[in-house]
Structures are given as C-alpha cells and as structure tokens.
Design a protein around this ligand. Sequence first.
Ligand SMILES: [Zn+2]
Length: 115
Amino acid sequence: MERPGSPTKIYFMLYIPCPHCGLRNETEFHYGAEAGIAYPDPYVLTDSEWAKYLHIRANPRGWFAERWVHFAGCGRWFNLWRNTITHEIGPAYLPFTTQPKVPGDTIAGQEDPRA
Ligand SMILES: [Zn+2]
C-alpha cells in the first residue's frame, strides 16, 4: 500500500567520468554495448558464428566493461566499468589501452555465453 504523496518511482542519475571532460551527467552519454569485443572477419565465420558475434553478449550480473560515447560533450568513445546491479561506476579508460582491474567481485556462477 502506498502512502498518499509518496513517490511511486525513484530515479537515480548516473554521473559518468569521461576520460576527456571529467564527471558529467548521464544524459550526455549513449551506451554502446560490451567493451573489448573485436570485430571479426565476417568472411571466415559461419552464419552461426556471425549471429553469435552480432547478438550474444556476456550480460553478467555485477561489474561489466561497457562502451560509452560522450555525444553531448567531446564526442569520443571510451570504456567504463559499471556494476549492472547497483549502477556503481568504476574507472573509465580509453579503447585499446590496458583495461583497469575489475573494481569489485562479480557474482559467482556467471558463465560467458560466448564460450
Ligand atoms: Zn567527453
């Protein structure tokens, strides 16, 4: 039962650390899917392997490396650790650089569906 005047939904705003511009409001960014997925040569893959590349991602519970673009700022792509359960933001880093260590533990028992 809800009390009169109580909010029915609570929204949280993420503050995302762009490596070029610093901490900014999430409305300035677009999500770009899982980080670190290399583009394969489509001519050497089977249809099944190509479909797997296009549609299957790890989607874990817990810390996850993601691609983001700061479309309302510098317009650059970068990678970011984000906890998919708590939305806690971890370190941001540039593509093709050394990935920082996972900020926390992932939930045990998660399997990589691409394996
Ligand atoms: Zn930026």
